[in-house]
Write a protein that binds this ligand. Structure first.
Ligand code: BTN
Length: 254
């Protein structure tokens, strides 16, 4: 649902940049050199050295997509539960997409955003810890919107345009995205973790489906995703047993 009451603080201010290497890097500099207010967004019309998961490049065509970073101060989340932020952010993006694209939207663990079996966006979170709490979190979000052609090295990309045959106003889209992130963030603050988890699992790609995965970089196995632990590990059932895996230990076969 698109709510008019939000956003209250996300996007206030929005620092809008024509060109920047990476909005996450810019946000990290702001955090280390000053005290940006909670909700500050760094929005780039073009990223020249966008960063994806595992240090991969996140490259997108100029002026066609959403590339932004939101600075939050989630001091209410213990460091141990920092995966809560991944969960609420991925869920917010998925819920936001459901307003525009009338197809199955999934969260591919931990935080890839899929339309059916294609990737429309991703999230890169950097947390700044102080003692055992999250002092700052930088939520980097990249979504393919009006881009039609992708480099052949990108495995299975899609965009709003490819899925709906329409072009979108990026400014309008981004303000609705801020609302969704903010609502989930405030829900987490009100101890709505169980509700967020339920909604996250409802959208989890391949939950309860028997599918191939690669374990530890080389072992292809058939397994079923059963859950995601509070600390973010993926719970797989295989050969009648249950084990949990961290990000570098398991990979989907797409
Ligand atoms: C992924 O690999 O799926 C995560 C991609 C995250 C890309 C976004 S774009 C805005 C922000 N700035 C970056 O350099 N990366 C993130």
């Amino acid at each position: 649902m698109l709510s008019k009451a939000f956003p209250l603080f996300i996007g206030k201010p929005t620092i809008e940049l024509e060109h920047i290497d990476s909005t996450n890097v810019y946000a990290a500099e702001l955090v280390s050199t000053g005290n940006p207010s909670e909700g500050t967004v760094i929005y780039a019309h073009h990223q020249t050295q966008g960063i994806g998961q595992f240090g991969r490049e996140w490259s997108t065509e100029e002026g066609k997509n959403i590339t932004l970073s939101i600075i939050l101060k989630p001091t209410f989340i213990p460091a141990l539960y920092q995966y809560d932020l991944t969960k609420l952010a991925a869920l917010a993006v998925a819920q936001w997409l459901e307003n525009y694209i009338d197809k199955e939207i999934y969260i591919k663990w931990p935080n890839d955003i899929y339309v059916e079996r294609k990737k429309i966006g991703g999230i890169l979170i950097q947390n700044i810890l102080s003692k055992n709490v999250l002092q700052y979190s930088i939520i980097g979000i990249g979504i393919n919107v009006n881009q039609q052609h992708f480099d052949s090295s990108i495995p299975n990309p899609t965009s709003f345009l490819l899925e709906t045959n329409k072009e979108y106003d990026l400014i309008d889209l981004r303000s609705h995205l801020y609302s969704n992130v903010e609502q989930n963030y405030l829900l987490a603050k009100r101890k709505g973790h169980d509700q967020l988890t339920e909604a996250y699992l409802e959208r989890l790609f391949q939950l309860n489906e028997y599918k191939p995965y690669i374990l530890n970089g080389n072992q292809e196995v058939m397994a079923t995703i059963r859950n995601v632990e509070r600390q973010g590990k993926l719970v797989l059932e295989r050969n009648g047993g249950i084990s949990s895996y961290s990000l570098n230990e398991v990979k989907h076969v797409i």
